[in-house]
Ligand binder design. Structure first.
Ligand code: NAD
Length: 417
């Protein structure tokens, strides 16, 4: 495995190895946690609009459910692999434990290019995928949610397919749904709102003001765009954003809402009035106070870490930083809010959605955001306190907290038979 292109699973296992050593973890439990509890690979034949049949690879990986039912998003992307989904499932296990919600970790993926598919093709693909993993999922087994290139509509198709097969309505079978069918207020921005709570708490500790703090964000999808909007509302200056086609930069700040409208019309942030173009690589090295990766894994590596100028790195994306880059950033004094803490707001509000569905309640947006703030602030404090107590960086502390809680649950449950 070469370090500048490590696999996500390689990174996840390396992180687990370091954490196991720090925690002096029982060898058997370490072995359990290295592997998913269950995984299913499916082949998905889908009738395309032109009448042809295309076959897609899909999978659902359930890493560990010692702390509660499996929970995790579904990703549609041409680069999806079984190993990547396994790493993402493992990170979900630690994340749910860090933020203290009663779930285990899972993830799903379909290797496809949604940008080249019609909405009808995506609906058929989603329904076929749901039917193929149906025995594994369910409100008390494993609850899917959106991830890269899936959204509330995708979740609606999953709930409908699950409900039609069961013969009754099961809104609690997926989260991140549209509000009209039982989705939660505040879910759409939840991941980004959680990121901003962490940034606010970190800024307090670092004694720097968020007013006019310069922010650079990679990725302008659900998480990146909402983070840009919320940080702009908090008084930060969003200087650069990007998507898969490239980035835009204006040191005086850009208006996220105007960029969102531009992207809706033109299909990309690129070409936004009053900005200069930057590549995704250049964007990560721009002068700024806060860098927010909100796209894919493996973006900050040993190749570019030394050139990162941010004081704070808030990992909205999963796995954006490699272990070698981590060391370089740590030595440079960059304060890192690791992914399993920073982006835990999404699964937290997914948990709130599930609770609302199970109790047939609908909470106000104020209630949802208030409960989210309590959870995120506590998780941030727990990780920071542990990092001080153990004299480790924030990522190691978050992993120690998450893995430690999962290991404790496994030990307490015992082994059957
Ligand atoms: P999304 O599909 O809504 O957006 C993805 C964004 O990344 C798009 O703007 C896309 O253009 C951009 N992108 C894709 N490839 C890129 C590349 N090579 N370089 C730069 N940008 C690129 O996805 P999302 O839900 O916003 O997820 C983004 C990240 O946040 C992922 O790592 C995901 O796992 C993580 N995450 C999402 C949630 C959630 O609730 N959606 C929760 C936790 C973590």
């Amino acid at each position: 495995m070469s370090e500048h292109k490590p696999t996500s699973l390689g990174i996840a296992l390396q992180q687990l190895g370091i954490t196991a050593e720090k925690l002096d973890l029982d060898h058997g439990i370490h072995e359990v946690l290295k592997r998913p509890k269950r995984a299913l690979i499916v082949s998905l034949p889908v009738k395309m609009d032109n009448g042809d049949i295309s076959v897609f690879m899909g999978c659902r990986v359930q890493h560990n459910d010692a702390r509660g039912p499996f929970k995790g998003g579904i990703r549609y992307h041409p680069c999806v692999t079984f190993d990547e989904v396994t790493a993402l499932a493992m990170w979900m296990t630690w994340k749910c434990a860090v933020v203290g919600i009663p779930y285990g970790g899972a993830k799903g993926g379909v290797c496809c290019n949604p940008k080249e598919m019609s909405i009808f093709e995506l609906e058929r693909l989603t329904r076929r995928y749901t039917s193929m993993i149906l025995d594994l999922i369910g409100p008390y087994r494993d609850v899917p949610a959106p991830d890269v290139y899936t959204d509330a509509q995708t979740m609606a198709w999953i709930v409908d397919t699950y409900s039609r097969v069961k013969g009754y309505s099961v809104p609690e079978s997926a989260t991140g749904k549209p509000i009209t069918i039982g989705g939660s207020e505040g879910r759409e921005e939840a991941t980004s709102r959680g990121v901003t709570f962490c940034i606010r708490e970190a800024a307090k500790r670092m004694r720097f003001k968020l007013k006019d703090a310069v922010v650079v964000i990679q990725g302008f999808g659900t998480v990146g765009w909402n983070a840009a909007k919320l940080l702009d509302e908090m008084g930060c200056r969003v200087a650069a954003v990007s998507d898969s086609k490239g980035g835009i930069y204006n040191p005086n700040g850009i208006n996220p809402v105007a960029v969102f409208k531009h992207k809706k019309k033109k299909g990309s942030v690129v070409g936004f009035d009053g900005s200069e173009g930057v590549t995704n690589e250049e964007l990560l090295e721009l002068e700024c106070d806060i860098l927010v990766p909100a796209a894919l894994e493996n973006q900050i590596t040993e190749r570019n870490a030394a050139n990162v100028k941010a004081k704070m790195l808030a990992e909205a994306a999963n796995g954006p930083t490699t272990p070698k880059a981590d060391t370089i950033l740590h030595e440079k004094g960059v304060f890192i809010i690791p992914d399993i803490l920073a982006n835990a707001g999404g699964v937290t509000v997914s948990y709130f959605e599930w609770v609302q569905n199970l109790t047939r309640e609908h909470w106000t947006v104020e209630e949802v955001n208030g409960k989210l703030e309590v959870k995120m602030v506590k998780a941030f404090k727990d990780v920071l306190d542990l990092s001080k107590k153990e004299d480790v960086d924030m990522r190691t502390a978050a992993l120690m907290l998450g893995v430690g809680r999962v290991a404790e649950a496994i030990k307490t449950l015992g082994l059957w038979p």
